[in-house]
Design a protein around this ligand. Structure first.
Ligand code: ADP
Ligand code: MG
Length: 242
């Protein structure tokens, strides 16, 4: 059986600069995979390449084994891939509810249906109900992240790509946000979490990949990889985790 999402020798460039050097990964239906690596390793580029935001060959990204690389983002959303992008990218000046309604309209337009509704989302993140009429720029960072996750969920994804959803947030808020992942997965939704906090990444995933300078340097079961293995893969040979 084909993986839900797989990449095959995925390369990506920004002009003359090569950011990814042949990335092979796969994510099964309902699986949680973490992608770790230092700043600049290529994690966001990997997610952007999957979402059709960078030119890549069709065979390099597959959904259910079908070549989808370089497909426009809307088509990827239609296929069940949604992203919580780096920096959240909410529509400033619009309320929480209006931000979420954009996603509902988009999913409808793209013909995607599923179990996520405003009501379900309010159960997952009750604060989004209380703040429904609040402009998103008045929210705290954690609340904005919840809107961003909600917006992706309302696209009814089979796989959710999360780009550093803990960045800049207080530990308590990070716990709250990560606590939503099991519930999201209970819907059968697979997730890829890009995360710089290695411990958090391990605890939130079944398997992990570590990237260094555009290459995968380690992959394995999250509960089986050792700190030494991660240290070497994260920083390059000769370094240890401190
Ligand atoms: N828009 C861009 N133009 C040129 N280079 C970029 C661009 N975005 C990222 N890069 C470069 O690509 C590499 C990988 O970046 P990125 O994927 O953002 O890393 P990460 O998310 O792991 O921190 C870095 O060297 C970065 O400087
Ligand atoms: Mg990044």
């Amino acid at each position: 059986m084909s993986a839900l999402l797989s990449t095959h020798g995925l390369v990506a460039r920004y002009g003359d600069f090569q950011a990814l050097y042949g990335i092979d990964t796969e994510v099964g239906e309902g699986e949680a995979v973490a992608l770790i690596g230092a700043n600049g390793a290529g994690k966001s580029t990997f997610l952007r390449a999957i979402m059709g935001l960078l030119p890549v060959d069709p065979d390099m990204v597959r959904i259910d084994g079908q070549p989808m690389g370089g497909t426009p983002t809307d088509r990827m959303v239609q296929k069940g891939v949604a992203i919580v992008p780096e920096g959240r990218r909410l529509f400033r000046g619009m309320t929480v509810e209006d931000n979420l309604r954009v996603a509902i309209d988009r999913a409808e337009h793209l013909g995607r249906s599923g179990g996520w509704s405003l009501e379900r989302l309010h159960k997952l993140f009750p604060i989004l109900r209380d703040k429904a009429r609040t402009p998103v720029q008045s929210l705290s960072g954690g609340q904005q992240q919840m809107v961003s996750i909600g917006r992706a969920l309302l696209c009814q994804p089979r796989i959710l790509l999360c780009d550093e959803i803990s960045l800049g947030l207080a530990p308590k808020v990070i716990r709250e946000i990560y606590a939503a992942l099991p519930e999201i997965r209970a819907q059968g939704t697979a997730v890829i979490v890009v995360e710089q906090d290695v411990g958090l990444a391990q605890s939130a995933s079944d398997r992990l990949y570590c990237m260094l300078e555009g290459r995968v340097t380690l992959s394995g079961r999250s509960d089986a990889v050792t700190r030494d293995q991660i240290g070497e893969a994260y920083f390059g040979a000769g370094h240890a985790v401190v």
